[in-house]
Design a binder for this molecule. Structure first.
Ligand SMILES: [Mn+2]
Length: 353
């Protein structure tokens, strides 16, 4: 990873780069904690952290020199110390991951010229190695197993919060990383909220129940959504579910290497055209997923990104009708030359509980 990154640094005419995005820190160094930074140079690499993490950093990043910035007194001075040691005159910083206070401190305390850059590491993260794909595969298996377990808990009278907590528990029992993102578990009319937060609402007969969740394995995340019905679905629910299912399938069928991402979006809306429901769709129908839950590439009508083999993306069109409810089906796939491999294997047909 570091070798490839150094090539990027050379292209950008910098001799050192301060990494502050936690996922980029992990990608380049393997470090799993928080509040930690890297200084990458052509010769040596540094982990800049504090006493909570010095032992962990030494274990997880054996090729890095560990600096406890508190020993030097100030984070920005620690950066200057390492940059001077490596004789750096131009130091790249991650413009999207430095706050104003840090920037001012770095400007005052670092002798090297600061060069704000964006997405240097993120670009490298788009295409996954076989090891990364294996971790994502395991994360998807965990979420499939957790989904299978939660189905028997979805009953009239249980609250969204209770269901969300149980799903979290099953994900961890099935082997998910301890730290991961919160799930979306919503029901009834609330299913039209794209990123609804689980509430005290109780599940009622006839409700759509939408769950958008995932696991982590060795840092790599899974992201999937299923929408089920409690009891029998009425005709409108069946109709909308069927349109959504077709929309997602069409989008999955469109995925392959060397296709422009917006083509996947246009494939996803075909099933909605002339149904009256197109106006209720959301244009962000997928995204990359890896160490971050939402990462490059983002898939929508304006995405000119060329999909490439071994990228991992989600496909998640949806129909959201305010005041009525919504349906989303989301799967995680690996892009291949001919199409894609679906990593999330839970059934996509309408489940009536
Ligand atoms: Mn997603």
């Amino acid at each position: 990873m570091i070798k490839k990154f150094i090539k990027e640094m050379k292209k950008n005419n910098i001799e050192g780069m301060l990494i502050s995005n936690p996922q980029n820190v992990r990608y380049l160094s393997g470090f799993k904690g928080d509040d930690t930074y890297l200084l990458i140079t052509f010769q040596s690499n540094y982990v800049i952290t504090d006493a909570r993490y010095t032992e962990q950093a030494a274990q997880e990043c054996p090729d890095f020199e560990v600096i406890d910035w508190r020993d030097i007194g100030k984070f920005s001075r620690a950066v200057d110390y390492a940059a001077k040691k490596e004789d750096i005159s131009k130091l790249g910083i991650e413009a999207e991951f430095i706050n104003y206070r840090q920037f001012i401190d770095l400007k005052n305390d670092v002798k090297a010229k600061l060069v704000p850059l964006t997405k240097l590491v993120e670009k490298l993260r788009i295409i996954k190695t076989p090891e990364e794909i294996e971790c994502a595969r395991k994360a998807c298996d965990i979420s499939d197993r957790a989904f299978n377990r939660i189905l028997s808990d979805i009953k009239i009278g249980i609250t969204e919060k209770e269901l969300s907590a149980k799903l979290q528990y099953y994900l961890k029992l099935e082997g998910s990383d301890a730290r991961r993102y919160e799930n979306i578990f919503i029901s009834g009319k609330r299913t039209s909220l794209l990123h609804g937060i689980p509430s005290d609402k109780k599940v009622e007969y006839g409700d759509f129940v939408l769950m958008d969740f995932g696991a982590g394995y060795n840092g790599y995340l899974s992201d999937m959504t299923r929408t089920v019905v409690v009891g029998k679905a009425d005709d409108k629910k069946k109709e909308i579910y069927e349109i959504e299912r077709k929309s997602e399938q069409d989008a999955i069928n469109a995925v392959k290497s060397k296709i422009i991402a917006k083509e996947v979006y246009y494939a996803s809306i075909k099933a909605m055209e002339n149904t009256g429901y197109l106006e209720y769709h959301y244009s962000g129908i997928g995204h990359g997923v890896g160490l971050a839950i939402h990462e490059e590439p983002f898939i929508g009508p304006k995405s000119e990104h060329l999909l490439e083999k071994n990228s991992i993306i989600t496909i998640e069109p949806g129909i959201y009708i305010p005041g009525w409810g919504g349906v989303r089906i989301e799967d995680q796939v690996v892009v291949t030359d001919e199409g894609c491999e679906i990593l999330t294997k839970s059934p996509r047909n309408l489940i009536e509980l």
